[in-house]
Design a protein around this ligand. Sequence first.
Ligand SMILES: NC(=O)c1ccc[n+]([C@@H]2O[C@H](COP(=O)([O-])OP(=O)(O)OC[C@H]3O[C@@H](n4cnc5c(N)ncnc54)[C@H](OP(=O)(O)O)[C@@H]3O)[C@@H](O)[C@H]2O)c1
Length: 280
Amino acid sequence: MSENNPKNVLVTGASSGIGKACAIYLAKKGYSVIATSRSLPKLSSVEKVVQDHGLDIKTAELDINSENSIEDTIPYLVSEHGVIDVLINNAGYGLWGPADSISIAEMESQMKTNFFAPFRLMKAVLPDMLNNHSGTIINISSILGRIGTPFNGAYVASKFAMEGLSESMRIELWPLGIRVVLLEPGYIKTDFHKNQVTASKAYSTNLRYGKIQYNGETQNRAYFMLSQNPIKVAKKVHSIVRSNNPKFRYTINKEAMIGALCARFIPERIFQSILSRTTM
Ligand SMILES: NC(=O)c1ccc[n+]([C@@H]2O[C@H](COP(=O)([O-])OP(=O)(O)OC[C@H]3O[C@@H](n4cnc5c(N)ncnc54)[C@H](OP(=O)(O)O)[C@@H]3O)[C@@H](O)[C@H]2O)c1
């Protein structure tokens, strides 16, 4: 790896799905990877790959929702392994349910993990990146960071927030040598659906959505048939990390690309009518 190329990569939520695929793929490509999880035992399958293939992946426990955990862990990792050149803000989950059924606590928890935690991590790695005038931050958003679909309001809000923050940071950090990039996957075959949280009052009998909500849920499940292997995301991440001049947004999968194009070029009223007919 040349001197200009980034070396140390930190991936959050690396115990499964996209995070795990990115950690292993980048290590296979010669990067020095720190794979983090809320719980070290969950990284045992990553450690097995490390042993079997002799990869340069260190595992670390990091609770992205804890300010103390980030404040203690990031400086420790830097002192042990050197400055973090690439941050992949990947950890996240979906909260499902009609917006009026979601409690404030459930919404806060969604924003805490999907928005405040990535922000906190960016703040933790930025001082070193700024000193070095280089670094790449890849925020794993979603096509739902651009398009609001029914019954996904909390998740959509968290990803829209991540997109807005990233857009501002991209522009302010570019002249200082730091690249902020958004990745917007469509359906990817991971444990995302299994780990999705349903709002505790989503099925309350006093809600009026009835068949629409049922359709929304079954359609959502059906669309997961389109899911692609997370390696697709890992390959894109690799190409971003290698680039000195990455774009700001990358959509992954056909349905995400079509969605993004429609959101941009079709009049809003028509697009929302298409969305309501295809999602519920
Ligand atoms: N799968 C898709 O179709 C898809 C599409 C678009 C975007 N995405 C985004 O891709 C990212 C990775 O998701 P995935 O598909 O790989 O799902 P996944 O298999 O469920 O993995 C999610 C990872 O995030 C961490 N995580 C989950 N809930 C958390 C919580 N409450 N607090 C802290 N960490 C939590 C977990 O890490 P630990 O438990 O190890 O800490 C887990 O390894 C997410 O940001 C998701 O929004 C996924």
